[in-house]
Design a protein around this ligand. Structure first.
Ligand code: SAM
Length: 279
C-alpha cells in the first residue's frame, strides 16, 4: 500500500489542514470551552511555571521572549536539564491558558559559535510536542550589515570565517485551530497588514541601557503581532515580561495584558514605562 504523505495531507498542505480536530462536533465543543478572563492589566511577581491566576482557555495571544541560560544579567543559572524542565512547565501552562484558536509567538535567537546552538529548533520542537500547531516563523532582522559585530573569525581567509547574526526568530503557533473562533474588531490598516504578513521584518533592536533591562525587545515587535493576531479588548500574555514591552504594545492598541516576572526591579521598570509610554 502506498504510504500517505504528511506533506500532502497534513500541515504541509495549507488547504487540507484545517485543525487538529478533524471531527467538526469535537472542534465546536473545544471552542465553546473558551473563557473570558477576570484578570487584566496586571503583572504578577512570580514564576510563570504556575499561572493559576488565569483561567483555562482565556488568553488570545502570547508574545514572549524566554530567558536564556548563558550567564547574562537577566539569564538563569540552571543546568540544561533544569532549564528545559522550566521551559516545559511555562509553555504547558501557556498552552492551558490559551484559547482554542489563540496564538503564541516565541522570540528567540540562536546562540554560540563553538558550536552554534539552534534554540529556535529546540523551542519549535517543544511547542509542537506540547500540542501547538505551527503557523510559520518571522525572521526579525535587527540591524543592517554595516552595524553587525566585527567578530569575523578569519579575515578574508577560508581558514575559519564566522557567520555574524543580524536576525532573531519569532516562532508562531496556534492552539487547536488556525482561525479565531470569536468575532471582534481588528485595527489593522492595509499597508501594515501587507507588511506584517511577510516573513521578514526589519525592526531596530531596543536599547537595553536606556530601558533598564538587559534584554528587551523593541515595542514595535509585539505591537505588530498584537495588531495582526488579536481584536480590540483581547487578552495578551507575556510569561517573561521583563521591562513590560508586551504590555506597552497591548495598551497602545487597546488590548489588555497580563504578565509574569520573577525580578521585582523589572516590574518597577515595566510599571514606570507603562505610565510614561502609553498615551
Ligand atoms: C529575555 S527577558 C524578556 C524581556 C522582555 N521581552 C522585555 O522586552 O523587557 C526574560 C525575562 O524573564 C524573566 N524570568 C526568568 N525566569 C522567569 C520565570 N520562571 N517566570 C517569570 N519570569 C521569568 C527574567 O527575569 C527576564 O526579565
Amino acid at each position: 500500500m502506498k504510504k500517505k504523505s504528511f506533506f500532502k495531507s497534513g500541515s504541509g498542505s495549507r488547504k487540507a489542514f484545517v485543525s487538529t480536530f478533524q471531527d467538526k462536533k469535537e472542534l465546536v465543543e473545544v471552542l465553546n470551552a473558551n473563557n473570558n478572563s477576570d484578570i487584566k492589566d496586571t503583572i504578577f511577581h512570580k514564576s510563570s511555571e504556575n499561572m493559576e491566576e488565569l483561567k483555562n482557555n482565556s488568553v488570545s495571544l502570547t508574545v514572549t521572549s524566554p530567558p536564556y541560560n548563558i550567564g547574562k544579567d537577566s539569564d538563569l543559572d540552571l543546568t540544561d536539564e533544569q532549564y528545559w524542565l522550566m521551559m516545559e512547565k511555562v509553555f504547558t501552562e501557556t498552552y492551558r491558558v490559551t484559547q482554542s484558536g489563540g496564538r503564541i509567538v516565541v522570540n528567540v535567537a540562536n546562540l554560540g559559535r563553538k558550536p552554534y546552538i539552534p534554540f529556535s529548533k529546540y523551542f519549535t520542537e517543544l511547542l509542537i510536542d506540547l500540542g501547538f500547531i505551527m503557523r510559520g516563523e518571522i525572521i526579525w532582522q535587527k540591524s543592517k550589515g554595516a552595524n553587525a559585530n566585527f567578530a569575523w573569525g578569519s579575515w578574508l581567509s577560508a581558514s575559519n570565517p564566522v557567520i555574524r547574526d543580524i536576525h532573531e526568530y519569532c516562532l508562531v503557533f496556534s492552539k487547536d485551530t488556525f482561525k479565531k473562533p470569536s468575532k471582534g474588531e481588528s485595527s489593522l490598516e492595509k499597508e501594515e497588514f501587507m507588511e506584517s504578513t511577510l516573513s521578514v521584518w526589519n525592526i531596530n533592536a531596543a536599547r537595553a541601557k536606556k530601558i533598564g533591562h538587559p534584554a528587551p525587545f523593541p515595542v514595535e515587535l509585539p505591537y505588530k503581532f498584537i495588531n495582526l493576531y488579536t481584536y480590540k479588548n483581547d487578552l495578551v500574555l507575556d510569561p517573561f515580561i521583563g521591562s513590560g514591552t508586551t504590555a506597552i504594545a497591548a495598551k497602545k492598541l487597546n488590548r489588555n495584558y497580563v504578565g509574569y516576572e520573577i525580578e521585582k526591579e523589572y516590574i518597577k521598570v515595566a510599571n514606570n514605562r507603562l505610565e510614561n509610554e502609553v498615551n
